[in-house]
Design a protein. Sequence first.
Lengths: 273, 305
Amino acid sequence: MTRIAARTAALLSLLLITLAFLGPFVWVLIASVQPESTLSAAPTAAFSLDNFAAVLTWETVFLPLINSIVISGSTAIVTVLVAGLAAYPLSRFQLRYGRHFMLTLLFTTGLPMTAVLVPVYSMFFRFNLYGSVPAMVLFLTASSLPFSIWMMKNFMDGVPVSLEEAAWVDGAGWVQSLRAVVGPLMAPGIAVVAIFVFVGQWGNFFAPFVLLDTPDKQPAAVTVFTFFTQYGQAAYGQLAAFSILYTAPAVVLYVAVNKYLAGSFNFGGSVKG
Amino acid sequence: MTIATAPSAAVTGSPAGGPPRPRRLLRWLLPMAPALVLLVLFMAGPILWSVYIAFTNETLTGSASVNSRFVGFDNFVRMFGDPNFLNSFVLTFVFVVGSAVIGQNTLGLIIALLQRGRGRVTRGVVNGVVIGAWVMPEIVAAACWFSFLAEDGTLNTALGLSQEWLYTAPMLAVILANVWRGTAFSMLVYSAALSEVPPDLVEAAAVDGASPLRRLLHITLPLIRRSIMANLMLITLQTLASFGLIYALTGGGPGTASQTTPLYMYEQAFRYFEIGYGSAVALVMLVIGALFSLVYLRLIRVEDA
């Protein structure tokens, strides 16, 4: 095969793959701006924002999105605080069981959270925590911690100890040192972990679906599903509009941290612990 | 641990260069306490709790909801005697092998290989579309595929067919949807791995007359084998526990034709409120996940953690 033929074949294959991947997107994008959209993806020339106007009500979009922001946001904030504190001794001191602890965390990231939710549900039921948003946030925080502590420690390792020494000489303890020296220096890392946790919980469907009792507490992940099963057939354009409004924040945040995440896909060398 | 960057704080524990600290134990226990408490209460606790209730007949309704009792291995005997559980097990295996091991893994590798040496615009467009499917929340992905596969949806229109895919081929449908959704992860892993393959090695083989296929099989793939194994483990773990996508697309149906183990577990625990039995199923899933996770830990080299 000549070089040009190989190049053309590669480009054609990529074009084909891209078109195949575009297929399932087509409907959402088209249906959301069609005045009377059905399940069919056949487009008409008509363009309208009626679907967006129709779903932009308190119960359909605003309350679920606010719930999503509260649940994902508080999980992200608590996770960053708790993981940041935990990462400090792991990064700065030679702990006897530090390595075991880090390996256990890595092991935990592999466990199926879907399965953990059955006993969590049973415990919440027994201790009257079923339906409690704060209790669910604490569970979501715990499930985000292993990966977050791991990431935080790596970012903290990048802050040289020498920069802290000046603070110690001035009599600062580890709390001041962490807050005034290490924290600001690893701000981009903290933002990456926070956004990573936020986006992960933004899409989380199973936990709120199982742990929350009333519709007014549910985040958008669950209300999109309810909308889909209840009115999906009849109001497809509205479902598409709702889906776009719900997906947009995740996409924007992903783009924001994209370049920082690039390194985390490299398993070829070694995972830095 | 960062012996390299924190030599003074290491081993001795003397305040020579380290922060002033009251006690050796407190200096690490205090900052780690919130994390340890949360992990014990909401992770280790539920897992141990599931070990306990998996051996009881606990339910949320009926008499066993107040007086659950120890039933030994009854739940496990019942599980492995239930054709629906065994069916779910086989379907989970098919789902993992079909969508992750074969689908996402191979397609991700192919896209990463095809993208090498392409221009920025080409890479940008392909990455944008593939990663877009991955960033999208799983429920929206399910809604996309529901309409894509509908009787007069995009796929049938494009192929000129009239099929109710979700009824006639539910497993194929959820496998394709999961390949679409998850390929980006493998693609990113392989792009990173391939960028570290020295080009002169491959070029030398080309000069020696090795065909592109031989270069791939004998040089490139062996060089990235560690990434391949790590990727296979990670996507297997993610796919094993997959719930939302299948649940929203088919609900496990028609009948139990696409009811993988997480959906079976959901039905038993949350629809029939058989928490004891559901926990036994969860425990089996946890053990399988733990085994894969251990293999994963062996595969990656953890540098002085």
